[in-house]
Design a protein around this ligand. Sequence first.
Ligand code: 5GP
Ligand code: MG
Ligand code: MG
Length: 179
Amino acid sequence: MTQKPYVVDELISAKSIAARIEALAKEISTHYAGTDKLVVVGLLRGSFIFIADLVRELDLPVEVDFMEASSYGNAMESSREVRILKDLRGEIAGRDVLVVEDIVDTGYTLKHVLEILETRHPRRMEVCALLNKPSRRETDVQAKWVGFDIPDKFVVGYGIDYGQRNRNLPHIGAVRFTE
Ligand code: 5GP
Ligand code: MG
Ligand code: MG
C-alpha cells in the first residue's frame, strides 16, 4: 500500500491510557462480581494491546477469545459492509460476554458483530471500547464502557494501525499528512 508522508501527533499518552484502564477495570470488576467466568472477546487486530492490559487489571475469572471482523474499503474509511474473517473458538450460550473493541466510529462493525453474537444467546453481553468518536456515529450501538471520547481524527498506536503500521506505538496519536 502506498502512503503519503505523515507524522503522528500524540493525542493520549501511555500514562493516561494506563490510568484510564485501571479505572475501567475497577468498574467492570464490580459489575461482574460473582460471575462464574466472564468471556472477554477481543476484536482483532486493533484491540490486542488494549485487551492484554485490560484483562490483567480485572479482578475476575476470565476466559479470553478473539474474533476478527473486517469492513471492505480503504485504510481510512469504513465501507459499512462487514464480514467475519475469524470466529470465536468457544461457546458463549448462557455466558456473560464482554466485547472489547479498539474504536467505535460509525458503529457498523460493532453492530454487525453484536448481531451475530446475539444469535448464540449469551446471558448478558456488553461492550468496552477504548476509543469512541461520537460525532461519526451512524448506528444506534453503544459501548457500556468507553476509555476516551475523541474528535473526528484518524488515530493510530496502542494496537491501532494505519496500513499495518504504528500498532506498536505506546500512545495514541493522530495522523497528520505532511504534504
Ligand atoms: P466503524 O465500523 O465503527 O465505522 O469502524 C470500526 C473500525 O474501523 C474500528 O474498530 C477500527 O478498526 C477502524 N477505525 C475507525 N476509526 C479509526 C481510526 O481513527 N484509525 C484507525 N486506524 N482505524 C479506525
Ligand atoms: Mg476495530
Ligand atoms: Mg485497521
